[in-house]
Design a protein around this ligand. Sequence first.
Ligand SMILES: [Cu+2]
Length: 148
Amino acid sequence: MNRQAVMLLLAMLVITACSRHDGPALDVSNVRVLAPLPGRSASVAYMDMHNRSQHPLTIDGISSPEFVRAEIHETTLSDGIARMQALESITVDAGARLSFAPAGLHIMLLDPRKGLLPGATVRLELRYSDGGLLIVDAPVRTRGDDVK
Ligand SMILES: [Cu+2]
């Protein structure tokens, strides 16, 4: 099978998995990937999440076919210095909203498999701790276009 056939098969498996996922999951909006700064390879993804279910939902893994690695990061300020740390998981409480946004939570996308151009689409695969998958297609924007 070629790569496209494999991806199609994976997509079908994901749809099957999602339909078995009982109850509503996370609503995701305002998704975007910012293209790397000139000379850099790391990209970042932001989005807003809303848990419409009656239960807390935990994301404990993330990947993207367009990148070798993807990680959940949080930027924190201490002594006036911004630092990033990788998080094992994030939990959105029942009814709560959570934003991945500049200077806070973000999805770090590392080692792109090819160049990222504004207008392209990046697929993000977020794994629920109970095994379901949340697939999000994110448009690539330049940093200057990002909505604050
Ligand atoms: Cu980061």
